[in-house]
Design a protein around this ligand. Structure first.
Ligand SMILES: *Cc1c(COP(=O)(O)O)cnc(C)c1O
Length: 419
């Protein structure tokens, strides 16, 4: 393979991986080998933000913290004037504790715990979403000063994670909800929707914006000062522009008077931020059996760890081998394509990362595998099932400008402990 023709950034990531592996190779049986590690790429975030500003210049992004709450990621986004979508008290507190003004947060969860409502309001958060009558009653009792966005139901059937099954008011109860809010003396200021995580049908946005427009009109006719349209998340990396342009055009067509436009992108920003490096801890060849199944590789992470999006998405993971000295000394392998199934470390047979992938070469125990685009819904969703750690190391390679003399990259331990 070699490094010929690869982009500079990818080379920098590979260099950081090699530096880390040299450290590991001194302790082939060290416990640190049992946990995968991540290389973060801040350039990627800057790039994504540039794309956002080009395609959706009028829509202010509120990054969905649940996607990846890495403190360095949040800080970088905050510095670029990105705001935050928080869906729990802990997320709100994390953002506020960074010194970020509460006006930069939308509490974008339509079904909140009373304590979360109370504390969020008292700490100065201004906006939250609702989609049902009971939530309005709760808000009126606990935090009537909050400004509300009515989350309406819209569904893109192509979405990887269909959120409409859980949240969103059906369009026919939008008006009764607004009337109820009016009676309770609450302040509705806009509409939100979420077409589903990993959606790919731009018409879903078109329909959603049209529905939102109707709700805006209803709200205005009831005397609400409707100012905010929140178009949610669901933007992918590969199809971002194809989703963004129809959205932008529909908004321009439907919303002719001034409106504040916000969005809640998660995976669009976070996905490319992490490259994940896992180790092959065991291997089962089908040698001597009659099965037609591929040989099996067992990694030090799986569906109960950072591959949990596999539960809900049809994601295909194709790793590449990192060339490195074997942990038990030099290895000889067969350098031709080889089919494998790839498994996580737990005892659960559903813990399968890939049913069938073709690797460019034979894989050996101790090999390190690189998975790209592992920044979204990975560490933030990992569990400790079966006693495996969910505390991962994230390496942030120094930027070129701050590197100075060649030296070891800095290591930071990410505490991803689940409560
Ligand atoms: C999860 C979520 C998001 C982010 O979704 P992505 O698909 O990662 O962009 C945004 N808004 C709400 C309300 C969410 O639940």
């Amino acid at each position: 393979m070699g490094s010929y023709g690869r982009p500079i950034e990818e080379q920098a990531i590979d260099d950081a991986i090699q530096a880390r592996l040299q450290f590991f190779s001194k302790t082939p049986c060290g416990r640190e080998n049992d946990v995968p590690f991540f290389i973060a790429d801040t350039n990627k975030i800057v790039q994504q933000h540039r794309r956002w500003r080009n395609a959706l210049p009028n829509i202010h992004p509120f990054y969905a913290v649940k996607c990846n709450p890495d403190p360095k990621l949040l800080q970088l986004l905050a510095n670029m004037d990105v705001n935050f979508d928080c869906a729990s008290l802990a997320e709100i507190e994390q953002v506020l504790d960074m010194g970020i003004d509460p006006s930069r947060i939308v509490f974008a969860h339509p079904c909140k715990a009373p304590s979360a409502l109370d504390i969020a309001a008292r700490r100065g958060v201004r906006w939250t979403t609702f989609d049902n009558f009971d939530e309005l009653g709760k808000i009126q009792k606990i935090s009537p000063e909050l400004e509300l966005l009515l989350r309406i139901y819209v569904q893109d059937h192509t979405a990887k994670v269909a959120l409409g099954e859980k949240f969103g008011a059906p369009i026919e109860i939008a008006r009764p909800l607004l009337e109820n809010a009016r009676q309770l003396g609450l302040k509705v200021v806009g509409v939100s929707f979420h077409i589903g995580s990993g959606a790919s049908d731009p018409n879903a946005f078109v329909r959603a914006v049209q529905h939102a427009k109707c709700v805006f009109n209803d709200g205005k006719s009831l005397g609400f000062d409707m100012q905010i349209l929140d178009v949610g998340g669901g933007f992918g990396d590969n199809n971002f522009e194809t989703m963004a342009y129809p959205l932008r055009e529909t908004i321009a067509r439907e919303f002719t008077s001034p409106v504040t436009l916000i969005a809640e992108p998660g995976r669009f920003y976070a996905s490319g931020f992490y490259t994940m490096v896992c180790q092959v801890i065991a291997r089962r060849t089908q040698k001597g059996t009659t099965t037609k199944l591929p040989d099996m590789l067992y990694l030090n992470d799986g569906l109960y760890g950072c591959f949990s999006m596999k539960w809900s998405e049809e994601k295909i993971f194709v790793p590449t081998l990192i060339e490195s000295p074997g942990i038990f000394g030099p290895v000889t392998r067969i350098w031709k394509p080889h089919q494998y199934s790839i498994w996580g470390p737990t005892c659960d047979s559903i813990d399968c990362i890939s049913k069938e992938v073709v690797m460019d070469q034979e894989m050996m125990i101790g090999d390190w595998l690189k998975f790209q685009d592992m920044g979204a819904y990975t560490i933030s969703a990992a569990s400790r099932f079966n006693g495996f750690s969910n505390s991962y190391e994230v390496i942030y390679p120094a930027q070129k400008s701050e590197q100075g003399m060649a030296r070891e990259p800095t290591y930071c331990r990410e505490s991803g402990e689940k409560h």
